[in-house]
Ligand binder design. Structure first.
Ligand code: BTN
Length: 265
């Protein structure tokens, strides 16, 4: 699958609780860098911000064991996975407009979320190994998409966008291939070339966005406009993968965590 360098080692399953958990188990059994777990469905798929990742058959669920170049920099891999996803979705849906990465790593089609990434650090005992988990709504029907809750941009699928079914194995092949291509570049050249790919695939740059602190939705007393939300023009990402926003006087600030909850076209 990979033309040179590290090749992915694929492990296929029908159903697992979470491919991220399965990848962790394989790491605990001595498996390491390059392992990729692929499942047809998950019973306990998890997303960012402590959300459930609804995982019926028809979706693609995969997790790869990869190393950041520096200690604890799972955020690098998160940006890398977002860039690989945007490239893959553009290749798979060539007629779709508005395929974009949304910081840090969601992939949107027509401003609705089609795929997400959950990166988890395995800990010092694993020499900084990380699990990069990717979920893609490939052949997921509209009825099932309604079960995705709490996502500010709503959900879509390849099926919903095109009306057609996509072969999951081919989709997985393309995504894994892009992921490992970018990973090899990152391992030799660092995050800068990945940052470039990410920014080229981000349609939010130059737009005003609202960034909310992680976990704001879990706060029952949250009210619109409260502290925890920042608005600004998205300038891009910096060399650590943080989002860069500028305010009305042009001052720039980087934010390492949070979620874009809306934008002004
Ligand atoms: C998000 O956008 O909230 C991240 C979603 C990540 C979902 C994937 S599916 C494969 C892997 N296993 C999980 O339990 N989660 C990730």
């Amino acid at each position: 699958m990979a033309p040179e360098g590290l090749a992915p080692k694929l492990h296929f399953f029908d159903t697992v609780d979470s491919t991220n958990n399965k990848a962790r188990e394989l790491a605990a059994d001595g498996g390491g860098e390059g392992i990729v777990v692929i499942a047809k469905s998950q019973t306990q798929g998890r997303g960012r911000h402590r959300r459930v990742w609804h995982s019926p058959e028809g979706g693609l669920y995969l997790s790869a064991l990869l190393y950041p170049r520096e200690k604890r920099r799972a955020s690098d891999l998160s940006i890398l996975a977002g860039a690989a996803l945007a490239q893959s979705v553009k290749q798979l849906l060539p007629k779709s407009k508005d395929v974009t990465v949304k910081w840090p790593n969601d992939c949107l089609v027509g401003w609705k979320k089609v795929a997400g990434v959950l990166c988890e650090f395995l800990g010092e005992d694993y020499f900084n190994l990380c699990v990069v988990g990717i979920g893609i709504n490939v052949n997921v029907a509209d009825e099932e998409l309604k079960k995705f809750q709490g996502n500010p941009f709503g959900a879509t699928s390849f099926l919903g966008e095109t009306g057609g079914q996509f072969p999951l194995d081919e989709t997985a092949h393309i995504v894994v291939n892009k992921l490992f291509q970018l990973y090899r570049i990152y391992q030799t050249q660092g995050l800068a070339p990945i940052q470039y790919v990410w920014e080229k695939n981000c349609a939010f740059i130059g737009k005003k966005v609202e960034l909310r602190e992680s976990g704001w939705r879990d706060n029952p007393s949250y009210k619109e406009g409260e502290v925890g939300a920042t608005q600004g023009k998205m300038e891009g990402i910096d060399e650590s993968g943080a989002i860069v926003l500028s305010n009305t006087t042009g001052e720039r600030h980087s934010y390492l965590s949070g979620e874009i909850t809306c934008y002004w076209p």
